[in-house]
Design a binder for this molecule. Structure first.
Ligand code: NAD
Length: 253
């Protein structure tokens, strides 16, 4: 019960990494409030929860009113917040910069970057009121290295690292730690759809082989890393961009 007594807000909680994180944190004693799109999956997640510690609210976090409403609902249900995990994201692929429309560019920035800004702005007072806390922003290996055809995604993930570092400095005084996670390939619909669009795992030099470096991760392997950053075991970890990528960025060829 690593997270007993902790109240945690998780975005993108209906599917993938966010869902695995919400389940892991609740199973380990945390009280979790999930927010995000994919309402059917989110409601199913909350309905199938056996811990009694997991709630979900359908929210479009690109809308300030939805952010405000979700954070207010989390406060009402949990009484406060000790941690925030920003998992919501989109991954538009297959276009060089000239082919990216204004709409796709703006949408990617809105989901992958501005929503984090807004969720942090809305939740920081609750973390401060709790005497401190932890924010984990899910970036990507794309912040440091990339693949062809994802200019908006790569730009937003690098920006998430910069934003996290800045917040770590500015909120240390409030005992709020802020870290980014450079996540490698994870077996969620985001990757599986992206791989299909790119012509398969081999085309990107990835392997599903379980004993190979840079294999595809199970979402639960990201959830436990997020859990570490939330936990008091990470009390001296802030401003970091932690790689959880199976050695992907270590690989030259
Ligand atoms: N899967 C990977 O290989 C991988 C690698 C690196 C980073 N990431 C990052 O991990 C995070 C989670 O992705 P995932 O792999 O679990 O994919 P996913 O598609 O399963 O999850 C993305 C979640 O974001 C939510 N979302 C999208 N737009 C939203 C909006 N406007 N408001 C609220 N919620 C919204 C979706 O409902 C979904 O639940 C993303 O930030 C992604 O960029 C994933």
């Amino acid at each position: 019960m690593m997270f007993a007594g902790k109240n945690i807000f998780v975005t993108g909680a209906a599917t993938g990494i966010g869902r695995a994180t919400a389940c892991y944190l609740a199973a380990e004693g945390g009280h979790v409030f999930g927010a995000g799109l994919d309402g059917d999956e989110g409601r199913e997640l909350a309905a199938s929860d056996t811990t009694g510690r997991l709630a979900f609210r359908e929210s479009d976090l690109t809308r300030e009113a939805d952010v405000q409403a979700a954070v207010a609902a989390a406060k009402e249900r949990l009484g406060g917040l000790d941690a925030v995990v920003n998992c919501a994201g989109i991954y538009p692929t297959g276009k060089r910069l000239e082919e990216v429309s204004d709409e796709e560019w703006d949408r990617t920035i809105a989901v992958n970057l501005t929503a984090i800004f807004r969720v942090c702005r809305a939740t920081l007072p609750l973390l401060r009121a709790a005497g401190g806390g932890s924010i984990v922003n899910i970036a990507s290996v794309h912040a440091d290295a990339t693949v062809p055809g994802v200019p908006a995604y790569a730009a937003t993930k690098a920006a998430v690292v910069g934003l996290s570092r800045q917040m770590a400095l500015d909120y240390a005084v409030d005992r709020i730690r802020v870290n980014a996670l450079l996540v490698g390939s994870v077996a969620t619909r985001m990757t599986l759809d992206g791989l299909e669009a790119a012509g398969g795992a081999e085309a990107l030099g990835l392997s599903f082989e379980p004993n190979r470096i840079a294999r595809i991760a199970n979402p639960s392997e990201i959830a436990t890393a997020i859990g570490f950053l939330i936990s008091d075991a990470a009390s001296f970890v802030t401003g970091s961009a932690m790689q959880v990528d199976g050695g992907l960025l270590a690989r030259l060829l």
